[in-house]
Design a protein around this ligand. Sequence first.
Ligand code: FES
Length: 123
Amino acid sequence: VSEPVEVGAVEAFADGQVTIVDIANRTIGVYRNGDEFFAMLNVCPHRGAPICQGTITGTMLPSPPGELVYGMDGYVLRCPWHGWEYDVRSGQSVCDVDKRRLRTFAVSTRNDHVYVEVGRDAS
Ligand code: FES
């Protein structure tokens, strides 16, 4: 059982950015995308890079031959070390190259403050 931990006021989180917070000796990235918030462990499942120093982006979606379809813009975190990409909403590897998932945590907002639950996955 874990209680949601307050990590700051909504306006303290810059839109489109990942802000690092420390909760219970874990380094966690809190990402704001407009009114949405996501939280993930700052450890890449591949080789342990500080993944929150990576880039928020989109990715190429599965599409018919000869078509290039870009999507998920703002929902993909790309690791700075080897470029693996994860969906910040689920922690799943984009393109399913690997079954290992980025550890994610449930985030909520209440009274203009942001709360992270380290005991509960986002998905
Ligand atoms: S450590 Fe993140 S892709 Fe290799």
